[in-house]
Design a protein around this ligand. Sequence first.
Ligand code: ZN
Length: 190
Amino acid sequence: MRAGFPEFRLGAVLATSFTGTLSERFGEPVERIPVPHRLIDWLAVYGLAVDSCSLEQLDLARELRESVHAAATASALREPLPADAVRIIGDRSAGGRAAAVLTPDGQRRWRLGASSVEDALSVIAADAVDVISGERDGKLALCASPTCRAAFFDASQSRTRKWCDMNTCGNRQKKARFNAARRGPAGAAD
Ligand SMILES: [Zn+2]
């Protein structure tokens, strides 16, 4: 972690974790990849190590992020997917070279063509295609926090997850309810 920059919110699903690098979209938005080296840091966490990142590549990443956000949100709401978002996700998916390979102990690892940001984005875009197309077991839903509304992938057995992240949005909601209950009807009469 580097001082002075917002921490990452790390989820289990690559594509929706990537959209989470901008959070609180309906409150006070927090940009978690404000500079190129923070995108490098984020990609490294997900096994997509790249050598460098320019401002143009950061823009490309953010454009993909917002496209995944828009398409995943539409999918969660059962609305038609925005055409621009679909095109950008397709272009990024096709625009990089990456291969899934096995490590000697049977783990999946990504081998990027030139270790470029474009290669890494192609893996994220392909993951978004998987998640949005329903190829993976689970369903897209929107976070119940009114300031968040992030699209997240619910792979729980019951498919009843309400929050994108239990430690942040879920916790805040619980605390708000607890405080409201403690104030109670007497508080309302003050
Ligand atoms: Zn949330």
